[in-house]
Design a binder for this molecule. Sequence first.
Ligand SMILES: [Fe+2]
Ligand SMILES: [Fe+2]
Length: 280
Amino acid sequence: MKLVHLSDTHVGRGDNAARLQALLDDISTLGDPADHLIIHTGDLGDSGSPQTMQQSRALLDGMVDKGWRILLSPGNHDCGDAWHVDPQCAALFQDHFSSYLFGRAPKQYPVLTLTADCALIGLDSNAAEMSWWERWAAEGYLGQVQIAALGMLLDRAEVRQRKRIVYLHHHPFLDAFAVRADVGDRNYLSHLLGWNTRRFRRLKDAYSLMQTVRDRVDVLLFGHQHLGLDYSAEGQRYGIPLALDGSSSTGTQMDTDRMRYRIIDTRLGTYATRSVAFPV
Ligand SMILES: [Fe+2]
Ligand SMILES: [Fe+2]
């Protein structure tokens, strides 16, 4: 099985709808959809507005019509915006993207999808961010109930005998570096804001998550920080061979403006990164 990892496409901002379409067109050329599974780790849209949801859903539906399977985890932008999540938005998003978030599984997190050789587990890192004082800043929180349920899922025989893939939106590792503003970059204010608010975009219960998944997961996929780095060295501290930040696949807010996605071979435990030019 090959996993195609996309993240943070932020449809609704700039030309990201056309960019996502170009990425999906490229994915269509990879081969037999039956050998692949697309995982989108959230911030599919830039906001939780009904128009954005319709626009991004139409793009995903186009792939499903061609036989591709897509799994999705909700991002903070899908459930509100960069600064807060909104319970109404989250409910609307869950409704609108139910088939991508849950497939045929019950409508609750963690979501388990089994294929012949993989057990894929989706988490909602906005789930416990709904109380008014927790809602501010784009932090993520899984909550004890969800983490306990994840622990129980990982114990199940049908999960243990497969490759185990956990996917969520928020970044489970500590702050990473980013290119700082320099003399040639005039976006001083946005860099200043981005850099200094990075600590407020963390997954608050990352420690509990990593204690639960240690030595029990083969691939950990996430997004949110738009850095696109390979965190396997961090993951391996917890016995997780592959830990990958999906970046912003459409190139949103990246100093390199580089569209890309990853193709992960779950059998070999290897991956390749594919760059896509835009405009094509
Ligand atoms: Fe994002
Ligand atoms: Fe995000």
